[in-house]
Design a protein around this ligand. Structure first.
Ligand code: GLN
Length: 475
């Protein structure tokens, strides 16, 4: 019986001859098949994963050098390009589109010996918080199938939650890794902006987007970071300095100075059990000798509107390429009017939420409203960056809940976009200012639903964040 604990243990079993990559792939394919009702996978690559696994087994037996991700079984969100494989952003507009190149992250996974087992369902173009915006149906939370897994990387979270792969790559523009990780009881890590190349990641809002990682342990997150982060000539926003070595990061017994936002903990939208668990955790941290202090973060109520003005503006521009000519679904009806042709392609290809955001984004960028919305939101973003810098001059980390409520029921919020947007109150901040943030699966409600604690560090201090996280997970 195959059992996965961590990459390190698995790779020890491989080198000792106690298991094989082929056995691991077979095991995961069985688990995937047994969980088809969760609707996690848009496509699995079972046959080719088995071929690759046997090549890796052979390479190991031949004594060839092994990559950091040797034999690791990985799922990727359907917004990350994998050469010669389909990628659709869970949208009809890209149905049957095949990648002609590998994303840098994909290439690096493969270079380090990883096995990609399939592409995972998500909200269309990564827009959403419940995975209900996929053109291929909702994903279900394995903890309670009447509930959403969160979004937009819902499939990637449930894949790790239900043990259908060892690790998943998702993308996080405003919480899409941390929020589903919170709802599903797994770790979800969004690195600093510019840490993992965005080359080959289908763009939603380019100044916010970051590839992130779902895993069961901080050690596994670190190995993936070691494998895929770092400079990339194909992404000019990717940091040009190499990242500190993530591997071997020890959970030091450092005492940290940690801030939390008192108005976030007292926010009326915060579920009482989440407030209670976070407050008790703060007391525990203090008892452990960390200095945990409340600060009043005056800008809290501005961050969701700022996020939605700026991301929809960027999305309206990024998604203009899907017009049926350059990319995407083309209406077969013959007509000679170009405007009608474009309209038909985009109206049929995009789902309702994506259309809403393109319209919103076009509106905030329009000549008459540009100053009032787009410029204003950019000013708030500047203010947030300034305020954040001040906070990190005094503190090592900030802690907050990840989401104000545990996983909600399927359909519960789908008719109320504002309600859905407001649920992003704690996660969008990290993307607005580009800092690293993680959701740690530390808590459960009385009913048994998982929820997490969010921890953030200053920009490019991902290593400190992972060390502190390891510490907190062991508390
Ligand atoms: N829920 C947020 C949104 O809908 C975040 C999405 C994301 O991070 N991709 O925009």
């Amino acid at each position: 019986m195959f059992e996965f604990i961590s990459f390190r243990d698995y790779q020890t079993l491989l080198t000792n001859g106690q298991t094989t990559c082929v056995e691991a792939v077979r095991h995961y394919i069985n688990v995937i098949n047994a969980n088809a009702h969760l609707n996690v996978w848009l496509e699995t690559f079972a046959e080719e994963a088995l071929v690759r696994a046997s090549e890796l087994d052979q390479a190991r037996r031949n004594g060839e050098p092994l990559g950091k991700l040797h034999g690791v079984i990985i799922g990727i969100k359907d917004v990350i390009c994998y050469k010669d494989h389909k990628v659709s952003a869970s949208s009809l507009i890209l149905e049957n589109f095949t990648s002609v190149y590998n994303a840098t992250a994909t290439q690096r996974l493969l270079d380090e010996g990883g096995i990609i087992i399939g592409r995972q369902n998500c909200d269309e173009f990564a827009m959403g918080s419940s995975n209900e915006n996929s053109a291929y149906g909702s994903v279900k939370n394995a903890a309670d199938t009447s509930r959403v897994p969160g979004g937009s990387s819902g499939g990637s979270a449930v894949a790790v939650q239900a043990k259908m792969c060892m690790v998943s790559l998702g993308s996080d523009t405003g919480g899409s890794v941390r929020q589903p990780a919170d709802f599903c009881g797994v770790i979800g890590f969004k690195p600093s902006y510019g840490t993992i190349s965005r080359y080959g990641l289908i763009a939603y809002a380019s100044s916010f987007d970051q590839i992130g990682i779902f895993a069961n342990s901080i050690d596994d997150v670190s190995v993936v970071m070691d494998s895929i982060s770092g400079p990339d000539e194909f992404d000019s926003t990717c940091s040009s300095t190499s990242f500190p070595n993530f591997k071997n990061e020890q959970a030091e017994n450092n005492k940290y100075k940690i801030a939390y936002f008192s108005n976030a903990l007292n926010h009326p939208s915060l579920h009482p059990e989440i407030k209670g668990a976070t407050t008790r955790f703060i007391e525990e941290l203090t008892a452990e000798g960390h200095a945990v202090e409340a600060i009043d973060f005056q800008l809290l109520d501005y961050i969701v509107p700022t996020y939605y003005v700026l991301t929809t503006a960027e999305a309206s521009s990024n998604l203009s390429r899907y017009d049926g000519v350059k990319f995407g679904h083309r209406n077969e009806e013959k007509n000679h009017d170009l405007t009608t042709f474009y309209k038909a392609n985009r109206s049929n290809g995009f789902g309702a939420e994506v259309k809403r955001r393109i319209l919103l984004g076009t509106f905030v960028l329009s000549a008459g409203y540009y100053e009032a919305y787009f410029t204003k939101a950019q000013q708030v973003r500047q203010l947030l960056a300034k305020k954040t810098k001040e906070i990190f001059e005094q503190y090592d980390a900030i802690i907050l809940p990840t989401v104000p409520t545990p996983a909600f029921k399927l359909g519960e919020k789908s008719n109320d976009p504002i309600e859905m947007f407001l649920g992003d109150i704690y996660t969008v901040y990290a993307n607005l200012v580009g800092i690293p943030a993680i959701s740690l699966p530390l808590f459960r409600t009385a009913e048994g639903l998982p929820f997490g604690l969010q921890v953030m560090a200053s920009q490019k201090n991902d290593l400190l964040l992972l060390r502190l996280s390891k510490n907190l997970m062991d508390l």
